[in-house]
Design a protein around this ligand. Structure first.
Ligand SMILES: [Zn+2]
Length: 250
């Protein structure tokens, strides 16, 4: 535990103060604490694929602004140190321990006109002995003229250690007017002259392991950068006493 280094009178609530968590300025309430506000964390979310955004209340809500004291800011710094420590431990496990499997999930719409495709996808997974797949009913948010939710399936695949991954290929076979739908893994079935459409990928165990590693490294770097910025902001406010920022009428 580090103790605080300065404490001044609370800001009066006609002023804005700097949030000790996100370092942006917000109105303060009667007690001088930072008012409720949201925050957005851009970047990867550990365990998810690609880039995501997290929205929510900023943890700085209710904390004392940097103009008043660094008491709460130091609590934030301690929280960051813990986040870094836990993430470094996780990172070390992914780097040094060969996990038996990694989980990979994706969601697929299950439209009424799409029943044959869905059946083919389910049949494909049911027939595999190299991977285990859990299928759950879910809904997918659709934004059109008005937002609605379409029925969908969530596939969670256990990709075992050493698995090379699969590229699934769609194939439609027509007999008369009826289209029969097949799903197969590229390289496992091949019929010359057959037309197949690209489907979707199940990443290899190693790819999934690398994604976890990259995601954790990015997260650690991001928290370190925020920790550095907050440490500098504390120093600045310690050296430069201020009564906050005037409200701007818009
Ligand atoms: Zn904040």
């Amino acid at each position: 535990m580090t103790s605080f280094t300065y404490k001044r009178e609370p800001l009066d609530n006609t002023r804005r103060g700097i949030c000790p968590s996100c370092l942006k300025d917000f109105n303060v309430v009667k007690s001088g604490a930072i008012t409720r506000h949201g925050w957005e964390e851009a970047g990867r979310i550990v365990g998810e694929i690609g880039n995501g955004h997290q929205w929510g209340d900023c943890p700085g809500k209710g904390m004392r602004p940097l103009e008043e004291t660094d008491i709460d800011a130091i609590r934030v710094l301690e929280g960051m140190a813990l986040q870094i420590e836990l993430s470094e431990k996780k990172l070390e496990k992914h780097e040094n321990v060969s996990f038996a499997s990694y989980s990979h999930s994706f969601t697929r719409e299950a439209h009424k006109h799409d029943t044959e495709k869905t059946k083919a996808v389910h049949k494909f997974f049911a027939g595999r002995t190299d991977i285990e797949t859990k299928i759950q009913d879910t809904r997918l948010k659709q934004s059109g003229a008005r937002v609605h939710y379409a029925p969908a399936h969530r596939y969670t695949i256990d990709v075992p250690r050493g698995h090379k991954g699969l590229t699934l290929v769609h194939r439609i076979e027509y007999s008369g007017m009826d289209g029969t739908y097949f799903i197969f893994a590229e390289g496992e079935t091949f019929t010359p002259g057959m037309s197949h459409l690209p489907g979707f990928d199940i990443p290899s165990w190693e790819t999934l392991r690398q994604r976890h590693i990259t995601s954790l490294k990015d997260f650690i770097e991001e928290v370190k950068a925020r920790r550095k910025a907050l440490t500098e902001a504390i120093e600045f406010h310690k050296e430069n006493p201020s009564r906050g920022i005037e409200h701007v009428r818009r």
